[in-house]
Design a protein around this ligand. Sequence first.
Ligand SMILES: Nc1nc2c(ncn2[C@@H]2O[C@H](COP(=O)(O)OP(=O)(O)OP(=O)(O)O)[C@@H](O)[C@H]2O)c(=O)[nH]1
Ligand SMILES: [Mg+2]
Length: 330
Amino acid sequence: MGFSDLPIIERSDVFLDIAFKKARDAARNHTLADYEKSALNKEKTLSLVKLKAVRESLSKQLQLIIDKYPNFDNLHEFYAKLLRLTLDYKQLKKTLGSVNWLLGQVRDFTKSYNLKVKRAQDPATIKKLMNEYYGRISSVFKQVKKEFEYLHKARQVMRNYPLIKENMLTICLAGFPNVGKSTLLSKLTPAKPEINEYAFTTKRLNLGYKSLNAIKIQFIDTPGTLNRPEKMNPVEIQAYLAMRYVANFIVYVFDLTEHTYSIKDQLKLLERLKEYDKPLFAYISKQDLITEGDIEQFKEKYFSNKKIPLHLDMEELTEELLIVYKKELL
Ligand SMILES: Nc1nc2c(ncn2[C@@H]2O[C@H](COP(=O)(O)OP(=O)(O)OP(=O)(O)O)[C@@H](O)[C@H]2O)c(=O)[nH]1
Ligand SMILES: [Mg+2]
């Protein structure tokens, strides 16, 4: 699944400019055979060359959009929901439908004018037919001007979608801002996410991969999210959907230093993550900044009655999760 290499969507008249220029160039570069040199044959041959060039150029440009844009009926839930939350899904489908329609129109018009030009008996008729052809092609492109504008906008949004691998063991790292999620990702995988001493550093999903016992694991480092779904910004929406539709496991990262957020608040968010209905684990970060006593006290006070397992070693936890995952697969 890729949204990063979607073809650029020009304004609809740019497609035409390109095609009409190709037609002029093709006609200019065409070498006329002797029998084509009479006024009628010359006009006919060069017009047929132009028709072919316009059709080829427009078909190529439109087909590229059709091929490169994903089939929206077939999307993984994460992308299907993301599309619906970040774009006007109906409009987008309609827009891509109109690209198909346009392609059909270009083919039909060209075919019909090809025949008309071939049958024409004088150069003036051919000129008239060609003007008509250009006019009709321009007019169908004008009809989808708005759709192309929308596709252009939609592309800007879709290009920023994360490139999530859909059927891979996935562990989401969640937690308050600044607790050390990105640092953890950078320790577990070769990923190099941005890390800062201040909160809200991560502004997109960071993905990291590692292989363990020949199984590839995807880690998703989420931006520290505080809001409920109705108030989420676009990146928080992505984090929410990744946890809901991609994660096999969620690891909640605790920062006991309380440098930025209190333990009470962090516990509240952990409770909210239960809504995702995914196996939930807790991990304590920044262990070098706290004492064993702090950890023991925390465990006793808050985790003695919790069903959520608390871990101090993320490598070990990953190995455990892999075993659970393998068991579920078999
Ligand atoms: N001493 C120490 N500092 C850490 C550790 N983990 C993270 N930090 C520091 O904590 C700060 C925040 O780390 P990040 O990894 O950016 O935290 P985050 O949870 O990704 O933050 P957001 O992206 O804002 O949600 C940085 O200054 C890190 O260097 C750790 O284990 N020990
Ligand atoms: Mg981060």
